[in-house]
Design a protein around this ligand. Structure first.
Ligand SMILES: [Cu+2]
Length: 254
């Protein structure tokens, strides 16, 4: 997986473990510590009455603590996710001042229907900042179409050393399409569905996006040097009988 999502994953797992230890530790401790001996009459130390809320045990500090601390944690997790999510969903369209997003303009506008400036044979020149966010000079447009139950990749007018497709037979999944993209280049997948909602999930890029019938959606595929192995693309939106084997393969080439 790419650095940025690996770091996020580790950070979320860390906090999950900490919260689990506190919650389950408390639960198990109290379950075994405050157990009454069999056959022994238990004194009603808390003065509990059936059907009556024990107002005399109310503790405002405790209430505030278990409301405030999880809130702070959620704000923190939102804060650390902000830059990666913003990078993943950076707009393919220039802003109101005409400034492009993280990945610049389309490298070769001849391959798209959009109004981006022409810049023939330009390359993305991907580089990564200290957070793991990838920036590009420009991007290449490809198309991904989903339908029950397979994916179709279209490299448009890109040369085969930038983008290529193939078919391959994989155990369990059967015959799957292969998408070959070049390391160091960024791709914008313009996507649509022929029937129901699907979602390509590029496992090693850590990204996924819905594809919808009758509406274009976009997914950035920045291929960096850390993408060393072939990786799976699976459908992440339940779409019927063969959803679980609606797969494809992403190959990074040099
Ligand atoms: Cu699907």
């Amino acid at each position: 997986m790419t650095v940025i999502f690996e770091n996020l994953w580790d950070h979320y797992i860390l906090w999950s473990v900490i919260v689990s230890i506190i919650a389950f530790g408390w639960l198990f401790h109290h379950s075994f510590w405050f157990v009454s001996e069999e056959g022994k009459e238990v004194p009603n130390v808390d003065g509990l009455k059936v059907g009556v809320f024990p107002v005399h045990n109310d503790d405002m500090r405790l209430e505030v603590a278990w409301t405030f601390l999880p809130f702070v944690l959620i704000v923190w997790l939102t804060y650390v996710s902000w830059a990666p999510l913003d990078a993943m969903w950076t707009s393919p369209f220039p802003d109101s001042d005409g400034e492009p997003g993280l990945h610049g303009f389309a490298c070769d506008d001849g391959s798209t229907d959009h109004d981006f400036p022409l810049d023939d044979d330009a390359l993305s020149n991907n580089r990564m900042n200290s957070l793991g966010i990838i920036k590009s000079d420009c991007y290449h447009v490809i198309e991904i179409t989903g339908q029950q139950w397979f994916w179709t990749f279209d490299c448009k007018d890109l040369s085969t050393d930038l983008c290529d497709t193939d078919m391959e037979t994989m155990e369990v999944y059967g015959s799957v399409p292969v998408l070959k993209l070049k390391r160091g280049e960024t791709y914008l997948a313009v996507m649509e569905s022929q029937d129901v909602t699907h979602a390509p999930w590029f496992q090693h890029l850590g990204t996924k996006e819905d594809v919808l019938p009758g509406q274009e959606t976009y997914l950035w595929l920045p291929i960096f040097d850390d993408l060393t192995t072939d990786s799976m693309m699976l459908c992440a939106e339940y779409c019927g009988d063969a959803h679980s084997i609606m797969a494809a393969k992403l190959v990074a080439m040099d």
